[in-house]
Design a protein around this ligand. Structure first.
Ligand SMILES: Nc1ncnc2c1ncn2[C@@H]1O[C@H](COP(=O)(O)OP(=O)(O)O)[C@@H](O)[C@H]1O
Ligand SMILES: [Mg+2]
Length: 230
C-alpha cells in the first residue's frame, strides 16, 4: 500500500511549491489516475515517487516503512512520456537487460509475455517495432525488475485510437498483478479502468469521482468488429 502524507516539493529556485501538501493512498493491484493540465505538476510528482527528485517535506510510505529516494528507486518503475525515444539497446533482449545483465531468460520471457510481446524475436531492433509494440516493450523494461509500483507518465500520448485501446486493455490486465499510478492530461482514455481518480492543479490534488470526466462509454461491439477486420 502506497501512502503519501503532506508531500511537498519546493525547490529553492522557484517562488512557489511545485507539489504542495499531497495526500494520497493507493492499494495494491489498483490503478490510480491523476489528471491535470500541462504544468500542473504531474511529471514532477512521478519523479519524486520514482526517487529521481527529493521531496522537501512530508512522508512517502510503503505499508509502514518510510522510503528514501534510493528505496523509491528500487520500489518503483517509471515509464516516461514517449519512452520509445529513450531506447538504447540494439535489440529487444539488450533493451530488457540494460543495467541488469544477470536477469534470467525466464524473467525476460515472463516480462514480454506480461505485455503480449512473447512472439517477437529477441534480436529485433526496438525501433523496428510498431508504435504500440514499442510502448509495450517500455512497460516490459520496467516490469522485468518486478517493481512494487509502476508509474506511467501520459502512457497513451501519441498513439492512434487502436493502439490506445490496446494499451488501455493491457493496463487493465496488468493491474491484476501490479499497482499502477498513471498521470495524464486526458482522462478520456483511462478513466474507465481507474480505481481511484484525482485531479491535480498547481501542484495540489483532490480526490474526484471519475464521473466528473464525463466520458462516453465506448461502443464495444463496434470496436470488436473492427478488431476482427484489422
Ligand atoms: N526542476 C525544476 N525546477 C523548477 N521548476 C520546475 C522543475 N521541474 C518542473 N518545474 C516546473 O514545475 C511545474 C510542473 O511541471 P511538470 O511536473 O512537468 O508538469 P506536468 O507534467 O503536469 O506538465 C511547471 O511549472 C514546470 O515549469
Ligand atoms: Mg508532464
Amino acid at each position: 500500500m502506497l501512502y503519501l502524507k503532506n508531500v511537498t516539493y519546493h525547490p529553492p529556485a522557484t517562488p512557489q511549491a511545485i507539489i504542495e501538501n499531497i495526500n494520497l493512498t493507493l492499494a495494491p493491484q489498483k490503478l490510480g489516475l491523476i489528471v491535470g493540465t500541462s504544468g500542473s505538476g504531474k511529471t514532477t510528482l512521478l519523479e519524486i515517487l520514482a526517487g529521481l527528485a527529493e521531496k522537501t517535506s512530508g512522508e512517502i510510505l510503503w505499508d509502514t516503512d518510510e522510503l528514501t529516494p534510493e528505496e523509491l528507486q528500487q520500489l518503483s518503475g517509471i515509464v516516461f512520456q514517449f519512452p520509445e525515444r529513450h531506447f538504447c539497446g540494439n535489440n529487444v533482449l539488450e533493451e530488457l537487460r540494460l543495467g541488469h545483465p544477470e536477469l534470467s531468460a525466464i524473467r525476460v520471457k515472463e516480462a514480454l509475455t506480461e505485455v503480449g510481446l512473447e512472439h517477437i524475436s529477441y534480436d529485433t531492433p526496438p525501433h523496428a517495432l510498431s508504435g504500440g509494440q514499442q510502448r509495450r516493450l517500455s512497460l516490459a523494461v520496467q516490469l522485468i525488475r518486478q517493481p512494487n509500483i509502476l508509474l506511467l507518465d501520459e502512457p497513451t500520448a501519441g498513439l492512434d485510437w487502436l493502439m490506445k485501446d490496446q494499451l488501455v486493455n493491457l493496463l487493465s490486465r496488468l493491474k491484476q498483478h501490479w499497482t499502477l499510478l498513471v498521470v495524464t492530461h486526458d482522462a478520456s482514455d483511462l478513466v474507465e479502468i481507474a480505481d481511484n481518480c484525482w485531479r491535480i492543479d498547481n501542484g495540489r490534488i483532490e480526490s474526484v469521482n471519475p464521473d466528473i470526466f464525463n466520458v462516453k462509454k465506448k461502443p464495444k461491439i463496434a470496436f470488436n468488429k473492427w478488431e476482427k477486420v484489422i
